[in-house]
Design a protein around this ligand. Structure first.
Ligand code: S3P
Length: 442
């Protein structure tokens, strides 16, 4: 089912001030359902992200016979069926807009003794899936894509998987996690080597479920035949959602925002490092650990930002934050250069092209390159921009209005519900003059 049309209208100006808690981390919420379903015993989750992507994962496991209560105010209770307890779904599993659901499930389902089909919306059906199906085939999986290497994915059960040592050509936590989940069902050890560190929530959560994960440096390994033991999971706030208000406070005038209980796993904090290099005033307060994940409160105040060359090693650590980082770059003095980020072209939209197009509409010099962008800071005007149905593009352009010279209207924003359903409400509470309207503006 595709979403109805919603547009955002954002009045220029405004100041972000106050405290907020952003919704739960999307990556961790997905994994809590997956591992909780495969565990022995009941897993209780708090802080779960009740957004379309994670609900797609939840529905997929329900369709495979897992009893899941909630989500109710972020609380979910999953009655695990054990590693071999999933049942064949009666219909194809529809995963909406969610790349994480599709890529991780593909690995997990390759190891089952039943067939399954994974489908998604228009955007997900365009995204590259060979990055998971090819290494899975090397493991012995029987998986089919379209000729273009896209969904629907047909996964045939009863394959005899064998462990492999895989060198990932691109730094991708989804590929790594997919292969680790397949590795639960393979004979022998499965190891994945990443070219640069990527988010390690799967590894941390497996350990939380008492399932040993080994390896060192850039390599992570898993052995089959273990057991996942149910545990309680407290999902921290999503730093990728917090990022919009971090940039909003940094670029705005007289802003002072504290975001409580944000996940600050070092494989996710590239946004903090990049903003600091640009001159942002950011404090990480009360650092603590909750269920194996680092958490903190983050305070951001207005500051003068400067263009920088973004260090390549920070790219995978901020991969979802570039739409809003381009907005920071548009408000900075001088030029910001990003390279080594070709992955942005295969996210929910081509985030390099779509952000460059939108920034140009708003009067900013933004030059897309094959693997990045060059943005010259300037004066943002008002205008109508296209989000291409990409949640993070819609939210990034909303934030740009804090420095806009006129009304900013953004089309096709319903997919904000895939990751941050309360965005408009929370943004308004903090001081953004944003309204969601039904219908098209373009
Ligand atoms: C995710 C990994 C990243 C990220 C996505 C969530 C995950 O994708 O962009 O939003 O939960 O593992 P890639 O693995 O494709 O980089």
């Amino acid at each position: 089912m595709e979403n109805d049309t919603i547009s955002f209208c954002v009045q220029p100006g405004g100041t972000l001030r106050g405290e907020a808690r952003v919704p739960g981390d999307k990556s961790i919420s997905h994994r809590s359902i997956m591992l909780g379903s495969l565990a022995e015993g009941t897993t209780r989750v708090t802080g779960f992200l009740e957004a379309e992507d994670c609900l797609a994962t939840m529905n997929a496991f329900r369709a495979m016979g897992v009893e899941i209560e909630g989500a109710e105010k972020g609380e979910v209770s999953i009655r695990g069926v054990g590693l071999h307890g999933l049942r064949a779904p009666e219909e194809p599993l529809y995963l909406g807009n969610s790349g994480t659901s599709m890529r991780l499930l593909c690995g997990l389902l390759a190891g089952q003794d039943f067939d399954s089909i994974l489908t998604g919306d228009v955007s997900l059906s365009r995204r590259p899936m060979k990055r998971v199906t090819e290494p899975l085939r090397t493991m012995g999986a029987m998986v089919e894509t379209t000729e273009a290497g896209t969904a629907p994915l047909r996964i045939y059960g009863r394959a005899k998987l064998k462990g492999i040592h895989y060198e990932m050509p691109v730094a991708s936590a989804q590929v790594k996690s997919c292969l680790l989940l397949a590795g639960l069902y393979a004979s022998g050890q499965t190891c994945v080597r990443e070219p640069a560190p990527t988010r390690d929530h799967t590894e941390r959560m497996l350990a939380g479920f008492s399932y040993p994960v080994t390896g060192k440096d850039e390599t992570v390994c898993i052995q089959p035949d273990g057991k996942l033991l149910a545990c309680d999971i407290d999902v921290p706030g999503d730093i990728s959602s917090a990022a919009f208000f971090m940039v909003g406070a940094a670029i705005g005038e007289d802003a002072d925002v504290t975001l409580r209980h944000v996940g600050v796993n070092p494989t996710r904090t590239g946004i903090l490092d990049i903003l600091r290099l640009m001159g942002a005033d950011i404090q990480v307060l009360n650092p603590r650990e909750m269920g194996g994940e680092p958490v903190a409160d983050v305070r951001i105040r207005s500051s003068r930002l400067y263009g920088i060359e973004i260090p390549q090693e920070l790219v995978p650590l901020a991969i979802d934050e570039f739409p809003v980082l381009f907005v920071a770059a548009a408000c900075a003095e001088g030029e910001t250069r990003l390279s080594g980020a070709a992955e942005l072209r295969v996210k929910e939209s081509d985030r390099i092209q779509v952000m460059a197009d939108g920034l140009q509409v708003l009067g900013i010099e933004a030059q897309p390159t094959p693997d990045g962008m060059i943005v010259r800071g300037g004066k943002l005007s008002g205008g109508k921009v296209r989000s291409h149905g990409d949640h993070r593009i819609a939210m990034a352009f909303s934030i740009s209005a804090l420095r806009g010279g006129g009304l900013i209207e953004i089309d096709d924003c319903a997919n904000v519900n895939t990751s941050f359903p309360s965005f408009v409400e929370l943004a308004r509470k903090l001081g953004l003059n944003i309204t969601a309207v039904c219908g098209e503006i373009l």
